[in-house]
Design a protein around this ligand. Structure first.
Ligand code: G6P
Length: 475
């Protein structure tokens, strides 16, 4: 297919594959495990779909190529773009700001300039791929200026935006020196999706505060240059996982066998606790490990009866706050293991790795208690994966109130991770919960997670976006 012929164009910071080039110049790629790929693969293959994104490596932008009927369009990021736009503005300004300033956001004008430039590059690449009247779906905080830039280039398009992370309260968002530019960037979309209704409401409050536009409920009315009116809708579309696939995977004999092996490998404890996170300061890993360490100190949990596996997958390793977090977590784990471990038995098995879905499913199946203690999280898909994996209707999900998932997953044991004593009590109650109570809660959780899967999520977003009246095609 030639350019400008795609009816559905996804724009995200990353492509759904990791690309590498050998010394001989041969291009190869592997599919990335991310949820967005599974969410969009069916709709993309049905339509003529293109995906615009970064390859994941500096200056690596091979010609567009097709994978499973999806046209992949790499956007180049130089070393300096990665430093200023990705590690800087996206992950050291917006990420901490949008997660309630758990870490202090850094404001650098140079980073903002890079963010604008890179957003323009993504908008131009998308404009070149989209067929007349096409739907373009832009994803996440790295690309908030793309909707307005794209509308300028291509007023014929229907543009959607989905924010995968929280949208902060007005008083926090107000810190951003470029707050009104960001709001106007997003308002280039016809539909702006958020994880929770509170995120959508926060955004609408910021629109009222930082623009002169009129809002009514979730609808914002824009006056265009030609005097015409356009409506933008800001609403919640909570994302999910491919629940059916995860359920099947966890039911496979190989995964069940591996789950038993895992329990044996960690010394067959009576109770196995599990944490699975990107190594990110939003995830509350320090708080969780502190609570676990105190429970050992108090003697309310003891080794070798209880073991915690903590998977902390490497993430954003050039950003200072992530380096500090790694130091803190590893120091804490080392102290607790030194204090309460014996030869051949450690209270915490800490793994700084990423694993394929099969191994994840086995870990979930092996774990009696899953600890999701994020300080702030747009959704948290690990919580949903754990539930989808437990067709045996066993296991307890300990879930932070500060995740998007908490809005949906009644049946969890809810915690406030800032309240260490409260969290300790909840962890003990999860460890001691009898099977009848576990089953009652897990059934309730599974009904929800299996009903609302990620395909339903993408279809519901695209159905609303597709119903937006098409502008006359003029280019
Ligand atoms: C979060 C964000 C995604 C991001 C992912 C991994 O889930 O919402 O946009 O891709 O983290 O982070 P990374 O910086 O490695 O892309």
């Amino acid at each position: 297919m030639s350019e400008a012929e795609y009816d559905l164009v996804v724009v995200a910071n990353r492509l759904p594959v990791d690309i590498s080039i050998s010394d001989e110049g041969e291009l190869s790629w592997t599919r990335s495990p991310g949820g967005l790929v599974t969410a969009l693969a069916p709709v993309m293959q049905g339509a003529a779909g293109a995906w615009v994104g970064w390859s994941g490596a500096p200056d690596l932008a091979p010609d567009p190529f097709d994978v499973d009927d999806v046209h992949l369009v790499p956007v180049a990021l130089s070393e300096s773009d990665i430093e200023l736009y990705y590690e800087g503005f996206a992950n050291d300004t917006l990420w901490p700001l949008y997660h309630d300033v758990i870490e202090k956001p850094t404001y650098h004008r140079l980073w903002w300039d890079a963010y604008r430039q890179v957003n323009r590059r993504f908008a131009e690449a998308a404009a070149a791929q989209a067929a007349p009247g096409a739907i373009v779906w832009v994803h996440d905080y790295q690309l908030q200026l793309v909707p307005a830039l794209l509308r300028e280039l291509r007023p014929d398009l229907r543009i959607g935006f989905f924010n995968h992370i929280p949208f902060p309260a007005l008083e926090i968002f107000a810190q951003l020196p470029w707050r009104s530019q960001v709001v106007h960037g997003l308002l280039g979309a016809d539909l702006i999706g958020f994880q929770r209704t509170s995120d959508a409401a926060n955004f609408v409050r910021s629109v009222r505060r930082f623009t002169d536009l009129t809002t009514r409920g979730e609808v914002i009315t824009m006056t265009e240059e030609d005097g015409g009116r356009r409506h933008v809708r800001a609403a919640a579309f909570p994302i999910s996982i491919d629940s059916g696939h995860f359920d099947d995977l966890a039911r496979s004999p190989a995964v069940a066998k591996r789950a038993l092996e895992i329990r044996e490998e960690v010394g067959s404890p009576d109770v196995l606790l599990l944490g699975v996170d990107r190594l990110d300061y939003t995830k509350g890993i320090r708080h969780r490990i502190k609570a676990f360490g105190e429970l050992l100190q108090d003697g309310r949990l003891t080794v070798p009866k209880v073991t915690l596996i903590q998977v902390a997958s490497p993430s954003r390793e050039n950003v200072g706050a992530y380096q500090q977090l790694r130091e803190d977590v590893e120091l804490l784990v080392g102290r607790i293991n030194g204090e309460y471990g014996h030869l051949g038995c450690q209270p915490i098995r800490y793994l700084h790795h990423s694993y394929p879905p099969e191994e994840m499913a086995a870990l979930y199946l092996a774990a009696d208690v899953m600890l999701v203690t994020a300080l702030r999280d747009g959704m948290n898909l690990v919580a949903k994966e754990y539930v989808a994996a437990r067709s045996d209707e066993r296991g307890v999900l300990v879930l932070s109130e500060f995740t998007g998932a908490a809005d949906e997953l009644a049946g969890s044991v809810f915690v406030n991770p800032h309240d260490i004593d409260g969290m300790k009590d909840r962890i003990v109650s999860a460890v001691e919960m009898d099977y009848r109570e576990q089953r009652k809660r897990m059934r309730r959780l599974r009904r929800r997670v299996l009903a609302d899967d990620v395909e339903k999520w993408s279809q519901s977003f695209l159905a609303v976006l597709g119903a937006v009246p098409q502008n006359p095609v003029h280019r």
